[in-house]
Design a protein around this ligand. Structure first.
Ligand code: CMP
Length: 136
């Protein structure tokens, strides 16, 4: 059956009015939106979501950014969705991401890079559990 990925449309994208643009790219690719919510990330959820990064130097400003305004969390499904979404999103640093990708076309930052996407089936499962516990 289809794989699932947890995607966050980050506060910079919401502020810049790019939510429709970004969801549109996922939809036009043929992926399915299984769940979606506009909400904020509090400190506790930030520390859980970014557990592997909490000790890194870039984490305090990342946490400040990610908790600084509403974001859109969604679950996407489709054939090889994790890898497909990562291709659509592009490299972490928007200045280096390839043209044609979301970050390559729309971001100039390696922090305010518009989108988070699960990087493996294990992280997708963990992240979906954090954001959409009702999906099991
Ligand atoms: P994301 O896919 O959400 O996973 C970790 C996030 O940390 C990443 O996207 C960026 O927003 C941010 N990030 C990663 N590396 C750096 C860095 N070197 N400097 C600042 N922010 C970073």
């Amino acid at each position: 059956s289809d794989e699932r990925s947890l995607v966050l449309i980050k506060p910079d994208a919401v502020r810049r009015g790019l939510v429709g643009e970004i969801i549109g790219r996922f939809e036009r690719k043929g992926l399915t939106v299984d769940a979606m919510v506009l909400r904020s990330m509090d400190a506790e959820l930030a520390d859980a979501h970014y557990a592997e990064h909490v000790d890194k130097a870039f984490y305090p400003p990342l946490k400040e950014f990610m908790t600084g305004g509403p974001l859109v969390a969604l679950v996407l499904s489709g054939d090889q969705v994790i890898e497909v979404v990562r291709g659509l999103v592009g490299a972490t640093d928007g200045r280096k991401a390839a043209a044609g990708t979301i970050r390559g076309d729309l971001s100039l930052s390696n922090r305010e890079n518009l989108v988070h996407a699960s990087d493996s089936p294990d992280s997708a499962k963990r992240e979906i559990g954090l954001w959409f516990p009702e999906l099991g």
